[in-house]
Design a binder for this molecule. Structure first.
Ligand SMILES: Nc1ncnc2c1ncn2[C@@H]1O[C@H](COP(=O)(O)OP(=O)(O)OP(=O)(O)O)[C@@H](O)[C@H]1O
Ligand SMILES: [Mg+2]
Length: 264
């Protein structure tokens, strides 16, 4: 695992619209190569508490790579990442979770041959008397979170997730992130496999999470969703972040043009 020297600083405060907002994550010129492939050249963003930052860009623009760095999947080659004012110097998924960050991956990372209960609680079981895994409570909780997401169609939460539908599996991944995420929730194309009803629930859920002061990074190709839920929009183009703007400072046509041409 690559590590960087540690520096600590106080969380920055963003003043906008006369309101002070705590910056919960800040990326400055992050870069990442995979062999010859330059996935990220220079990506920067600021995520404030209780806000939704939508990340948009064409296929291959570097959106997932950027967010996977925040989730600790891999370290950047260069640049700086701060979470809650503290520079991240060691990158791993468990450490990222320890910072209150949960990610729903575009390519789901569930354990296919295990059931929904296992996948929801993996590594963090409910314990009875502090010792035994309380499977009954975990089954009840799994049913509850799936129903809360409008996915009441999972008849048996103890069936292997590989036998669930694509949308049910995606909903389970979202349920896991919102169950455990305490600060920053990263949703990488969370509604791609979802039906109309389930998509609506997820968009509403994003609003609810904001109300609970969670900060959300949402990758989506659906610009209608962007304008519905985002406070801020980050445009990625060929591995670079070309603009971060407030939703009210742009419109559908301008945003679409920026995504396609890299101009803003
Ligand atoms: N693990 C990897 N190994 C090699 N190349 C990678 C890897 N991950 C990403 N890339 C490359 O980096 C570039 C950016 O990929 P990334 O997945 O970040 O794009 P994206 O913006 O999320 O695209 P999409 O909208 O299609 O999901 C692509 O050219 C991709 O092929
Ligand atoms: Mg992606």
């Amino acid at each position: 695992m690559k590590t960087f020297p540690s520096t600590k600083s106080d969380a920055t405060i963003n003043v906008r619209d006369g309101r002070r907002r705590k910056v919960v994550a800040e990326a400055i010129s992050l870069s990442k190569h995979f062999g010859q492939i330059r996935a990220l050249q220079s990506a920067s963003f600021t995520l404030s508490e209780g806000e939704v930052l939508a990340v948009v860009g064409a296929n291959g623009a570097g959106k997932s790579t950027l967010l996977k760095i925040l989730a600790g999947v891999y370290p950047p080659d260069g640049g700086t990442l701060r979470v809650n004012g503290e520079e991240v110097t060691s990158f791993s998924a468990p450490e990222s979770r320890g910072r209150g960050i949960e990610m729903v991956y575009q390519d789901l990372d569930d354990v296919p041959n295990m059931d929904a209960v296992y996948n929801l609680f993996v590594g963090r079981p409910i314990r009875k008397w502090g010792i035994f895994a309380d499977y009954k409570s975990m089954i009840a909780k799994t049913r509850e979170v799936l129903t809360g997401l409008g996915v009441a169609t999972v008849q048996d939460v103890t069936q292997p997730v590989e036998t669930m539908s694509g949308g049910q599996r995606q909903a389970l991944a979202i349920a896991r992130a919102v169950t455990w995420g305490s600060g920053i929730i990263i949703l990488d194309e969370p509604t791609a496999a979802l039906g109309i009803l389930e998509t609506e629930r997820v968009l509403r859920l994003i609003g609810d999470l904001k109300g609970k002061r969670a900060s959300i990074l949402l990758v989506t190709h659906n610009l209608e969703h962007v304008f519905r839920v985002a406070d801020q929009i980050l445009v990625m183009y060929q591995g670079r972040s070309i603009a971060q703007m407030q939703r009210q400072d742009t419109n559908l046509a301008k945003l679409a043009a920026a995504i396609v041409s890299g101009a803003h």
